[in-house]
Design a binder for this molecule. Structure first.
Ligand SMILES: [Zn+2]
Length: 216
């Protein structure tokens, strides 16, 4: 995955980038995103504890605020029904901007807190984006946060249906429930938005001590 993304001649190595991942930053994002602590969204103090269908607008705005602060990401809010919004944050590739890698996670939840499913996936993506903002890449990166996964993968199905046929997707990395060591799926894609030849790989748990990291 990393080898697909990073452009070697810019003098950056994978270990350089991995060393920038910060456990305090991961813990803060996870605590904020799961409502363990309040956070500031659009200038207001809010709790993101409830991210169930129809109660997810603050979580969407939290992500938009994050990527706005990172800079260098083009942010799109993809509305697909009365309550659902996918959040897409793109970073243009340096040498092959027409080819893209999609890194995605659903950001809705089935109940309160839901740290593992899927606060962990969202946290992993936010941390990746924080680190990646200072680097150049061969390919365009799309960080995609799906809404209403828990009610039938509604957001991700909509997203796939709207991928333009001329977009060249070279890989998709979907991150879900990383704390429990669940399988992370890497989808090697062909053009025209057709996902195929997917294979599995094991994802290490996030280095966190959050007490609510259970099955919720
Ligand atoms: Zn999930």
């Amino acid at each position: 995955m990393m080898a697909l993304v990073f452009y070697g001649s810019y003098g950056q190595t994978i270990s350089d980038i991995l060393n920038l991942v910060n456990s305090d930053s991961l813990d803060l994002t996870l605590n904020e995103f799961t409502g363990e602590v309040t956070t500031i969204v659009n200038g207001n103090s809010v709790s993101l504890m409830d991210r169930t269908k129809g109660n997810n607008d603050n979580a969407a705005d939290y992500l938009v605020n994050k990527f706005t602060n990172f800079g260098d990401y083009k942010i799109e809010r993809q509305k697909f029904n009365a309550t659902g919004n996918n959040i897409i944050a793109s970073r243009l590739g340096k040498t092959n901007p027409n080819k893209k890698v999609i890194i995605c996670a659903h950001y809705d939840a089935a109940a309160n807190y839901c740290a593992d499913d899927n606060g962990t996936g969202v946290t992993a993506l936010v941390e990746m984006a924080r680190v990646f903002k200072d680097y150049c890449f061969d390919y365009t990166l799309d960080f995609v946060f799906f809404d209403e996964e828990e009610t039938g993968t509604v957001g991700s199905r909509h997203y796939v249906s709207k991928i333009p046929s001329d977009h060249q997707i070279i890989a998709v990395l979907n991150v879900d429930m990383t704390r429990m060591g669940r399988m992370m799926f890497q989808f090697i894609c062909q053009t025209k938005g057709i996902l195929s030849n997917w294979k599995k790989m094991r994802l290490r748990s996030l280095p966190t001590t959050n007490p609510r990291l259970d099955w919720r």
